[in-house]
Write a protein that binds this ligand. Structure first.
Ligand code: P6P
Length: 341
């Protein structure tokens, strides 16, 4: 889809923005807009719960462990159920997939099915919740591939390049929703006093060169030498930026990604001894962020090729992730070509 002609005025609401975008694309049925509204509503509800987590007994563990084997925080389950509840009856989805659920989440028979699938990481970085570190929700929308009826696994296992839209919400000093549907990247900041997301970052572009590298160097002893060399290049001032880079790592993907998107920089989670394929999930983390990143002028790679070109083989597969300023990720890809396994 091309760049919309409309002017995106700062301060316009998400709803006004979506109405304008829908006018730009006459073929739009309104289903996509309605689904985006349901995601936005979920973000408002999750934001309210995250904000008061420190006050209620929302902190702490639920005692359950999810498919990833991670201790499930109360807010993880709250976020997951909030999104599912808000999207599964609208008739816009044929299937839903969540990082928190091992299998596809089917649309109950009593509800109509629609032409989209939604994949979510309902609350990424949740291990940081009790320390009041910024956390986030990540989502990805595809068109279904099967003709009708309940969604099938092939409706979800699609490459990132075929996403209809993708985005995230960061619950930080403010709550910001960032998304792309292929016509620019736009950020909206929640004004809690009126309960509206207001356009604050129209047509976001990420710097081609970033002076920040973001990774957990605690794992570097088990990295491949090319990953170690990349970090040494950035540290020593031999990177595209021409001077030593700063290390910034929050340990919450959405927060690290969002900072790099705005300031420039590169996030990397290479293969490690405990995550030989990388830690981050293709469908619910890497692919949606890759769509946002590349729509803003950046690049997202596995080291050997674009994240958006990876053909998924399972719901929770993990990938190495190098994402951010184009020139920095291109440096990694060059090292992958020059330094074999
Ligand atoms: P590590 C959080 O658990 C997460 O999935 C991402 O949000 C974050 O980027 C990564 O894991 C942090 O992993 O190994 O550095 O603790």
């Amino acid at each position: 889809m091309g760049e919309p002609n409309g002017v995106h005025e700062k301060g316009m609401t998400f709803t006004q923005h979506m109405a304008e975008m829908q006018q730009e694309f006459p073929e739009a049925s309104g289903e996509f807009t309605a689904l985006m509204q349901e995601i936005m509503l979920s973000a408002k509800i999750i934001s309210r719960e995250v904000r008061k987590a420190g006050l209620a007994d929302a902190l702490g563990l639920t005692g359950h462990v999810n498919v990833q084997g991670e201790a499930v925080q109360y807010l993880d389950e709250f976020a997951n159920q909030t999104i599912i509840r808000n999207v599964h009856h609208g008739g816009h989805l044929c299937a839903l997939s969540s990082e928190e659920n091992e299998d596809l989440i089917e649309i109950p028979d009593r509800y109509p099915t629609g032409k989209y699938t939604l994949t979510i990481d309902p609350l990424d970085g949740s291990s940081n919740i009790d320390a009041n570190v910024s956390i986030g929700t990540i989502w990805s929308i595809h068109r279904r591939r099967t003709p009708e009826g309940p969604g099938q696994i092939e409706d979800v296992l699609q490459p990132g390049r075929d996403q209809v839209a993708a985005g995230y919400v960061i619950y930080g000093s403010s709550t910001i929703l960032v998304y792309t549907s292929g016509a620019g990247v736009h950020g909206f900041t929640l004004d809690p006093s009126i309960g509206e997301f207001l356009l604050s970052h129209p047509n976001l572009r990420t710097p081609e060169i970033g002076l920040i590298y973001s990774t957990n160097e605690g794992h570097s002893a088990s990295w491949h030498p090319r990953d170690q060399q990349a970090v040494e290049i950035w540290k020593s001032g031999r990177g595209p930026g021409g001077k030593p880079y700063s290390a910034r790592y929050i340990g919450s993907l959405v927060a690290d990604f969002h900072r790099n998107l705005l300031y420039g920089g590169v996030f990397l989670y290479p293969p490690t001894v405990s995550h030989r394929e990388g830690k981050l999930r293709l469908l619910s983390e890497a692919a949606p962020l890759a769509m946002v990143c590349e729509a803003a002028g950046g690049l997202a790679s596995t080291g050997r090729g674009r994240i958006l070109d990876v053909i998924p083989t399972s719901l929770h597969q993990r990938v190495p992730l190098y994402i951010g300023s184009r020139r920095e990720v291109e440096l990694i890809e060059r090292l992958y070509r020059e330094i074999p396994d």
